[in-house]
Design a binder for this molecule. Structure first.
Ligand SMILES: [Zn+2]
Length: 407
């Protein structure tokens, strides 16, 4: 998820937007005053985006500007261009700056100010900033499109089947949409995917969902393990997209353990290493408290792996104990803004830290009661001492008395 934009920037953008609107009727006319011929865009993924056009008008042109932005962004970039004698303009945008995210849609248009001081605006044109480094092939059904470049036809068909099975499998926990398009891009190796994620200004991951774009990126090498990789990664990332679509702005309010737990729970292939990781961490007392997995997951890969294993097991435990309606109550409590600890109280009647303890006892067979007893032991000894010493005194006294009476 992208970080929330700071308030100041947002206010500035809103102010600029209002200013643009109020200027519009006076200075900006329709496009009829100018002619924009053959507007074009050439993408060299990760390196450059070149915008070109030929802008002409009935009277002479004072200034030409190119305006562009990601479709869903509020900030529009404005570049002043110097037209050639025939009206040709071009602008090369440095795509290595990582500002435009891979696979996002970009909209651009031109404005020209003529000698009479009037500004004319061309129609806007939309294009997708595609990763064009690979010869993508496509197969699609309903709203899901699989894009892949390595592997045969059967590879693409298998991925489509897995996506369908994944959606079917998650429909009880996640409201799924079968109309809004989803694009799944399958890279043949982690390095190719990693390059793309880095180009988008993101850190490495085995798979990634640009949830707001409806784009899923995964790496699945064709070969003997392709089905396992598909069954693990595709449903997981699809769940992120569907959760985002269902929760909208409230998606970012959900604890990391809940979102990742649901996404990991809908994986079609149960990772056997998760169970082993849980067992070892439980024995060594190195499980991560769920209160520490609210904001984000650990950065180092070992702890992150354990965080996924724990979250999958924990969310499955919650579903088994409270039903799918319990999970729904959890997401709505967190949507309402309850804290990580108290959202669980609101939804399930038990604070998160106590649920954590019950999960350790029920699923991992930990004797949390026994652990508590061990911690209390010094106090219990003290209590016994306080109680036993007077008792011993009483017994002693009674013994004396009976000896005396016998005597
Ligand atoms: Zn995830």
């Amino acid at each position: 998820m992208s970080a929330p934009r700071n308030l100041l920037t947002k206010m500035l953008v809103v102010t600029l937007f209002v200013a643009t609107l109020s200027l519009k009727p006076a200075q900006v006319s329709g496009q009829e005053g100018i002619v924009v011929e053959s507007p074009g865009v050439a993408v060299d993924f990760g390196r450059s985006i070149t915008f070109t056009a030929k802008v002409t008008a009935s009277s002479s042109i004072q200034q030409v500007s190119l305006l562009f932005r990601e479709v869903n962004e509020e900030v529009t970039r404005v570049e002043t261009l110097q037209p050639a004698g025939d009206g040709s303009v071009s602008f090369v945008y440095d795509a290595s700056l990582n500002v435009i995210r891979p696979f996002s849609w970009v909209v651009f248009w031109f404005q020209a100010t003529l000698t009479d001081g009037k500004t004319y605006t061309s129609d806007a044109i939309k294009f997708q900033y595609m990763d064009d480094r690979f010869p993508w092939r496509q197969i699609n059904q309903a709203n899901v499109t699989i894009n892949w470049y390595a592997g045969d036809d059967a590879f693409g068909a298998s991925a489509l089947d897995v996506a369908g099975a994944g959606l079917l499998g998650m429909k009880d926990f996640v409201p799924i949409s079968l109309t809004d398009p989803i694009d799944i891009y399958i890279y043949s190796n982690v390095n190719d995917l990693q390059d793309t994620l880095l180009l988008g200004g993101r850190e490495w991951a085995g798979g990634h969902a640009h949830a707001e774009l409806g784009v899923v990126l995964v790496s699945v090498p064709p070969g003997s393990s392709q089905f396992i990789e598909m069954e693990t990664k595709i449903p997981h990332e699809l769940a992120h997209v569907m959760l985002f679509r269902a929760l909208g702005d409230q998606y970012d309010r959900q604890p990391a353990w809940l979102i990742e737990g649901i996404a990991s729970m809908v994986e079609l292939y149960a990772n056997p290493d998760y169970a082993r990781a849980l067992e070892i961490a439980s024995e060594n007392d190195t499980l991560i408290p769920f209160l520490d997995l609210c904001a984000s997951f650990p950065a180092d890969s070992g702890s992150a792996f354990l965080a996924y294993a724990q979250s999958q097991s924990f969310v499955t435990y919650i579903r088994d104990s409270f039903g799918t309606s319990g999970l729904a109550r959890l997401t709505s409590a967190y949507s309402e803004g309850f804290s990580c600890e108290l959202g669980a109280t609101q939804a399930l009647g038990t604070p998160l830290s106590q649920l954590d303890q019950r999960w350790r006892e029920t699923v991992l067979g930990q004797n949390v009661g026994g652990v508590a007893m061990r911690n209390l032991l010094p106090f219990i000894l003290l209590l016994l001492l306080v109680l036993v010493v007077p008792l011993w005194g009483t017994i002693d006294l009674l013994r004396h008395r009976s000896r005396n009476s016998n005597g």
